[in-house]
Design a protein around this ligand. Structure first.
Ligand SMILES: Nc1ncnc2c1ncn2[C@@H]1O[C@H](COP(=O)(O)OP(=O)(O)OP(=O)(O)O)[C@@H](O)[C@H]1O
Ligand SMILES: [Mg+2]
Length: 426
């Protein structure tokens, strides 16, 4: 497990690998002490397609973070995402067992063991052989007829029902990710859904309670996590990301992908009102050809149509959820692509909801580079990893950041999955 209060988040994305190192200081408070970034070339749409290239990116990013923090990385919390992730809602029901108390009395107090049993029952869904359960997230509990209970521990009841969100992933995608991290000589503490990690870093509890959709605009995919009543309700992946915007610019204007990426980042915009003047951007010609002038309005048209397409696909998927009430917390945009000028304005028009840009919360420490949407997932991995480690610590050592959740049974569901991955394939 973790070495001496060091918590490392490793986000292996389609365009970049990002490492964030968190350390607990003497007061037990988490501080971010190192960040590292490296270009990623070994993934397509969030899935590893080239092991060696991915290992190189991981090593480069970890080295940079180690240099900054002065600490050596051994164990990491790994983000997992992309097209192969799926989510379903399920429920399970059990009878609360009668417990014998000291003076021979009997009662039906709900204990952790009852909660574990009902979660086990809720995860008993049929999933294809090539998929595995990544995470089971409790949404709410029903005790007898009483609905909407967040924490049934200690309540008295006969019948305990759990509503859960089950996240599944492709076994081979997880294996390949694991292989890259292990071959780079790091130990995987656990896999954590990338968008869940990002939500931990950028969403407020109030937004989650009111209902919110977090849209992580990555390079290869756009991942959405919808919260209803404070917990994840649905996760959606749209297989289009920022890389396609760049490739559109490159194809339409006949310039290299690298130049297209640069002008997208420096000059790109997807909302007319933010375009100051219809100047031209002059880019060097390919293969000794004369420089090329691209009107900003043309650039806007190319970018806008692709971003619009992404948002419309997300809106369509959100509509299909047929939520019982609108998302009061609106839409929060994060990920590298959310830095595109006008993305918030365009999203507000398409979703007709309040929209804001999501930057990772301040987590203390000497560096502040992590306060950038590109780092949202990696920062969230550190926060979530810290939470999970604290839950496993003895009571007196949990100085701050007490979680609402109780200690997890070891190994948890994900732990079992990792053990299974290791025993079956490594
Ligand atoms: N300032 C900017 N304006 C527009 N786009 C940007 C900006 N900065 C970064 N991007 C885009 O963000 C994308 C990368 O985002 P991010 O780093 O979140 O992706 P990733 O995590 O590597 O990919 P994925 O999550 O899809 O696996 C790239 O397409 C990049 O061009
Ligand atoms: Mg990403």
């Amino acid at each position: 497990m973790a070495n001496d209060g060091l918590i490392v988040g490793l986000d292996i994305g389609t365009t970049k690998v990002c490492v964030v190192i968190g350390e607990r200081n003497d007061d037990g408070l988490l501080e971010i002490t190192g960040v590292g970034l490296a270009a990623s070339t070994g993934l397509r749409k969030g899935v590893v397609v080239n092991i060696e290239a991915t290992i190189r990116s991981i090593l480069t990013a970890v080295e940079a973070a180690e240099m900054m923090s002065g600490q050596e990385v051994h164990d990491c919390w790994i983000g997992i995402g992309g097209n192969h992730i799926d989510g379903i809602n399920s429920r399970g029901v059990v009878a609360v067992t009668e417990k014998k108390r000291e003076r021979g009395e009997r009662d039906r107090d709900i204990e952790q063991e009852d909660i574990d049993r009902v979660l086990e029952a809720a995860r008993a869904v049929v999933i294809p052989m090539d998929r595995n359960i990544l995470q089971v997230i409790p949404q709410s509990y029903i005790v007898d007829e009483q609905r909407g209970i967040r924490d049934p521990l200690g309540m008295i009841g006969v019948r305990l029902e759990a509503e859960v969100h089950i996240i599944t992933c492709s076994v081979t995608s997880a294996q390949n990710l694991m292989k890259c991290v292990n071959r780079a000589d790091f130990h995987v503490n656990d896999f954590i859904l990338q968008s869940l990690a990002a939500s931990r870093a950028v969403l407020t509890n109030e937004e989650k309670e009111m209902g919110v959709a977090l849209i992580d605009m990555g390079g290869g995919t756009t991942d959405v996590l919808v919260f209803v009543d404070g917990t994840p309700y649905s996760n959606i992946t749209v297989p289009v990301g920022g890389g396609m915007i760049t490739s559109d610019i490159s194809k339409v204007t006949n310039i290299s992908f690298e130049t297209a990426e640069r002008i997208k980042i420096e000059e790109g915009c997807c909302w007319e009102d933010l375009l100051d003047a219809d100047d031209e951007i002059v880019v060097p010609g390919v293969g000794g050809r004369p420089p090329l002038a691209i009107p900003k309005s043309q650039l806007l048209a190319i970018i806008q149509s692709r971003v619009e397409e992404i948002f419309l696909m997300v809106r369509d998927r959100l509509d299909k959820l047929a939520l019982s009430r609108p998302l009061g917390g609106g839409i929060v945009l994060t990920g590298g692509g959310s830095q595109l000028q006008g993305a918030v304005e365009l999203a507000a028009e398409i979703f007709r909801l309040p929209v804001r840009a999501g930057v990772p919360v301040a987590a203390g420490g000497i560096v502040d580079q992590y306060r950038d949407p590109t780092y949202a997932t990696a920062v969230g991995l550190v926060l979530e990893g810290d939470d999970r480690e604290r839950r496993m610590l003895p009571e007196q050592q949990r100085v701050v950041g007490e979680s609402r959740n109780r200690p997890e049974k070891k190994p948890g569901l994900l732990g079992k999955f990792i053990i299974w991955l290791k025993t079956e394939f490594f």
